[in-house]
Design a protein around this ligand. Structure first.
Ligand SMILES: *Cc1c(COP(=O)(O)O)cnc(C)c1O
Length: 372
């Protein structure tokens, strides 16, 4: 029986009284045997993980041929992105090692997660963000969670160089995805996908920035297959924004540029791991334009009722771009890495909604505008 089942939230439902079963304990407890933790590890958790795998019929319909599409909606983690999976591990291990402060460079979601978990673990959190290029919701989170925020001029890659040097010289733990515990935590998303489907998907479509997540998923799928939890392995299909596509171009991008700020990265930290995942899985990397990202973003919202951030929509934009190549009857999982509420500005600027302003406050006028 899939592991997730035993932790599913139960109550007294309409189909008869059921005992209230154990609540989801967070991914470290749920997957403890697969993670480098021991009884000596103080688990710092916000009950992250166990995010839904949502069927996406509108997207599947655009592909046809009996292809099934699911969205792994990791925007439903406690701070609204998959970064929580890695951060529960990184912060627990930092605490185990006696660290009192952590530092990261971030396009926003890493800083939100680092701040939340560090504060919960009683540590100080320092975050360096590229000045002016972080979505508003993410900045709000880092501030509210009590991080010390340093907005530095220059892009993410520059900020990362600085935090590496600071962590080398001073008593602070680096919690960027160079920290190996991050990927260990993140690989549990692949476990959850297999637990939910009962098998690995045929394709895994995923946005790629620093390439930590694609590397972590690949590690998770491999470990699960090795343990006999699945028979197959997915093709790893990684999608980058056209203005920030170093893995597609095969060289560093000095001035990365895209509306999808979470993947606005020119020199991916986990490049080698990602190239291995591509080769070993017979996968591929491809660029999608900002226009294609926004189209997928709107389709997810208005067609599926799922609000993700622009970077996340790159996975669906990529799938639609490669739709001809999806085998008939295949199962595809698109990873939605972050919650749409992170970046309200993009949603307000890019939608096809009808917005009627300045309506007279009377019933007849409202009905008329509604078309009655
Ligand atoms: C961090 C992030 C990514 C990119 O993940 P990598 O591991 O850096 O490739 C994509 N989408 C969102 C929302 C993110 O926060």
């Amino acid at each position: 029986m899939p592991l997730l089942r035993s932790f599913r939230r139960h109550g007294t439902g309409p189909f008869g009284a059921q005992p209230v079963m154990q609540d989801w304990p967070g991914l470290i407890e749920a997957y403890r045997a697969w993670l480098p933790v021991s009884d000596a590890t103080p688990v710092v958790t916000l009950r992250e993980g166990a995010t839904p795998l949502i069927p996406a019929p509108s997207i599947a319909e655009r592909i046809g041929r009996g292809v099934r599409v699911f969205l792994k909606y990791d925007g439903l983690n406690p701070t609204g992105s998959f970064k929580d999976r890695g951060m529960t591990m990184a912060i627990s291990k930092a605490k185990e090692a006696g660290s009192e402060a952590v530092i990261c460079a971030s396009t926003g979601n890493t800083s939100a997660a680092a701040a939340a978990y560090a504060r919960r673990g009683g540590m100080r959190a320092f975050v360096l963000i590229p000045d002016g290029y972080v979505a508003q919701g993410k900045l709000a989170q880092a501030l509210l969670y009590g991080a010390e925020v340093l907005a530095v001029q220059g892009n993410f890659d520059r900020a990362l160089t600085i935090v590496r040097e600071v962590a080398d010289r001073y008593p602070v733990t680096l919690v960027n995805s160079l920290n190996p515990f991050r990927l260990q935590g993140q690989k549990t998303a692949a476990f959850e996908v297999v637990d939910a489907l009962g098998e690995a998907p045929d394709w895994l479509c995923i946005p790629v920035g620093n390439a930590g997540n694609i590397s972590a998923y690949w590690m998770g799928f491999r470990e699960y297959r090795q343990a006999g939890r699945s028979w197959k392995l997915p093709r790893m299909m990684g999608f980058q924004a056209a203005g920030a596509a170093p893995l597609v171009l095969g060289h560093t991008v000095e001035q990365p540029d895209t509306i999808a700020t979470a993947i606005r990265i020119g020199n991916p930290v986990n490049k080698e791991n990602a190239l291995k995942a591509r080769a070993e899985s017979n996968g591929d990397f491809m660029a999608v334009t900002d226009a294609e990202i926004i189209e997928a973003y709107k389709l997810l919202g208005a067609g599926e009722g799922v609000f993700c951030e622009p970077a996340s929509a790159a996975s669906v934009a990529g799938l639609l771009k490669r739709r001809e190549e999806v085998p008939s009857g295949a199962t595809v999982v698109c990873v939605l890495t972050g919650n749409g509420l992170k970046d309200p500005t993009t949603a307000i600027e890019h939608n096809d909604a009808k917005f009627h302003a300045g309506i007279e406050p009377d019933t007849a006028t409202v009905a008329k505008v509604m078309g009655f």
